[in-house]
Design a protein around this ligand. Sequence first.
Ligand code: SAT
Ligand code: MN
Length: 586
Amino acid sequence: MSTPLEQWVESVTRMTRPERIVWCDGSEQEAVRIQQQMVREGRTLPLNQETYPNCFLHRSDPSDVARTEKVTFICTRDREAAGPTNNWMAPSDAKKILGDLFRGSMKGRTMYVIPYILGPAASSQSRLGVELTDSAYVVANMRIMTRMGKVALDRLGNSSDFVPGLHSLGDLNPDRRYIAHFPEEKTIWSIGSGYGGNALLGKKCFALRIASWMAREQCWMAEHMLILGLESPSGKVTYMAAAFPSSCGKTNLAMMVSALENQGYRVWTVGDDIAWMQVGSDGYLRAISPEAGFFGVAPGTNEKTNSNVMTALRKNSIFTNTALTILNEPWWEGLDDDSPKGLVDWQGRAWTPSSGPAAHPNSRYTVPAHQTPSISPRWEDPAGVPISAFIFGGRRARLAPLVYEAKNWQHGVYVAATMASETTAAATGAVGVTRRDPMAMLPFCGYNMADYFRHWIEMGQRIPHPPRIFHVNWFRKGADGKFLWPGYGENVRVLKWILERIEDKAAATETPIGLVPTPDALTLDGLDVSSTTMEQLLNVDPSEWSKEHADIGKFFQEFGDRLPDEIRDEHARLGERLRRAAVVPK
Ligand code: SAT
Ligand code: MN
């Protein structure tokens, strides 16, 4: 009798016709074989084995360098279940279109069977997936990003309780690229891309799109959030989870070297991208990171912005689409002040200053989490860590203050549902355009976002000790176009205020949008930011916010009647507060 997994592998084999099948066991010997295979295929190079032992540089196809949201589909029987913010296809149409592309797609290739666990191996919050892929690069990345191989197969046994994900490079033609999710069947089909979130099916496809659907069914939460612990001078660690759109500094925040370390404030990393949370027996929301590694943006990463990851990525790491120095080391813009001589760009061509960035703006490193000096001793705690605060944020050159607190859970859900950010290179499309990105989940929510808001409202009633909700903006600019806040390690000052709000120790002023720190509530000693700059950073301008309010109203119209009344009420209340603020002279 074959197991459900064996039966599925057999049916995919019949469709895709691989020349050979390799069941991944996760061993060291297997890792070496996969690396050799990648090098043979010609797109991967070993890096300097003295300074970057066991590290590789991979150059993806130049047309395949970021997630492609246009060809990412949620395939539910009822179109409304996917909602207005997702691309939708009927499951039968998707199976037909993608099935035609998958037919024979692995001829002459190896198909790898990758069983994996999302979350700590011993945690009941963890889930199983199996990815079938014809890409050795995907295997090498999944090995870092998940608990993969024998450990997963042992946990699975004869069970059918896993998320099957089928992936093939196809012919890498963007016209024949599709990433299709079947949440009702908990299945993923992806063809035509070998890059990041399109191809590592455990990441955004399962851990967010499929998991968000499962989480609604089973009363938990799958969120696009980093998880960090803030240690205070007493040694107590308070955990916070924070959502920002891709490429807005989640990894750097999660691994921050605190500017207040000499005062006893230190940051511990639990996860940098995704949080799975359920209500614990103690009444707190308990979070695990489903991932075992970090797939971070390389450009801008350096000793100052993230020294922890700089230490971590000196071994056992994969670099994708970075530049290469004559010393055979990876390089990217922002790594150091000058570009070294003799650089080769991300496409393998000799680089000159006139040829544009040497590293692709969305170039990445894949690094094992445990190599990070800031990794929390509890990062694999099977019970998860208790979350005391949610932090939402985006890139807003104007409008949003450095930090503010929502009045309560329901208002916090409104704040998160209305967040917006200027777009980055993490997805294909225009960069720098303001787009509304609720909970940073717009590209990752596997169902109708109006229902997702409802799920959030309902979770608030289920959590006896719900996290307090905050909004931050590290990216506000002055009239001269320069950032007002230094960011990075200095952001701990904002985390400290958040901690003190949780402990009822910090002062705040009520504004129409929420609670903003009083001028002296933030710890600013040792920081070179003038009081006028702080005023600008914390300023809430009712007339600008009135425009924002109108814009939010337009965004909500998309959801029609499905938008929860609670969100509608919060929107009306904000409008009312802004109107009052506009007529009352200061
Ligand atoms: O390409 S990924 O989705 O893995 C990274 C990102 O966009 O955040
Ligand atoms: Mn992300």
